[in-house]
Design a protein around this ligand. Sequence first.
Ligand SMILES: [Cu+2]
Length: 68
Amino acid sequence: MEKTKLSIPNISCGHCVMAIKRELREIAGVFNVEGDPQKKEITVDWNQPATLEKIRATLKEINYPAAG
Ligand SMILES: [Cu+2]
């Protein structure tokens, strides 16, 4: 299992985290997403066939691009 922490500057509240969770969980291989609105961070637990590229691309699509 991969555990990836990402900084998402566009997160402003808990609804943002919920929207991100909903979208990322639709990616095959992503099985858990946790988020912290204060820190503007999410942690994604994933396996293949998910990839970090796919996760980052989805975040960009929904207007919550990851920093770095
Ligand atoms: Cu929000």
